[in-house]
Design a protein around this ligand. Sequence first.
Ligand SMILES: CC(C)(COP(=O)(O)OP(=O)(O)OC[C@H]1O[C@@H](n2cnc3c(N)ncnc32)[C@H](O)[C@@H]1OP(=O)(O)O)[C@@H](O)C(=O)NCCC(=O)NCCS
Length: 201
Amino acid sequence: MYRHSYRTSNEPNGTRVTTRITVAETERLVLTRPHPDDAAAVFAVHGDPETNRYNPTGPMPSAEAGVEFLRTMIEDWERDGIGYCAVAPRERPGEVFGFAGTRLTRRLRPDGVPVFNLYYRFSPVAWGRGLAREAVDVTVALARRTLPTMPIFALIDADNVPSPALARRVGFRPSDAFVDVEGRDVYLLPRQDSVAETVDA
Ligand SMILES: CC(C)(COP(=O)(O)OP(=O)(O)OC[C@H]1O[C@@H](n2cnc3c(N)ncnc32)[C@H](O)[C@@H]1OP(=O)(O)O)[C@@H](O)C(=O)NCCC(=O)NCCS
């Protein structure tokens, strides 16, 4: 069903057009599947020292690394039908200023059990306006709708200040379901319908 992250069509004048696929719209935002044209936006957001202040490995080192990350995001959507989204102002889907969403992964838990990993990183121009929260809320709802019983985790460096604040606003809580091999704090979104969530996860 989810064969392609974007649609390619051949126009009468011979050009090939790839259409951005909308995942969700909110009051102020449009979330789309990452698009081949997003390489510059990926590097702008991830290569900025400000957006990596709490990232021990520092900013993304090169535009090529951005292309590689974009490729993995597109592949996630093609394989799983869900993944990280490009986030832009609602009226201008191509002006991507952040990335947010959940991807399915076996590499989060040391025991290899598949879970959702929540991710978010926004350009500083989007900070302090509740935009990240708006985007994360809708991606978490999408993850719940797609695979209702799949746990959603977020791994956050202990010295990061805004990130755990956002995770908590969305409803995540510290979890001892596993110990992260990289030493990050583990957060889990409790399932509203199950008091046994911490046992199941
Ligand atoms: C983590 C990150 C996305 C948080 O961004 P953010 O803008 O602080 O988060 P929110 O969208 O929830 O916005 C909340 C802020 O907007 C303010 N705000 C303004 N208008 C608002 C509105 N209409 N609705 C909600 N909040 C609003 C809030 O008061 C709050 O500001 P404060 O933290 O100064 O009190 C951002 O800091 C970031 O990209 N950091 C770098 C990447 C990173 O660390 N990622 C996580 C790796 S684990």
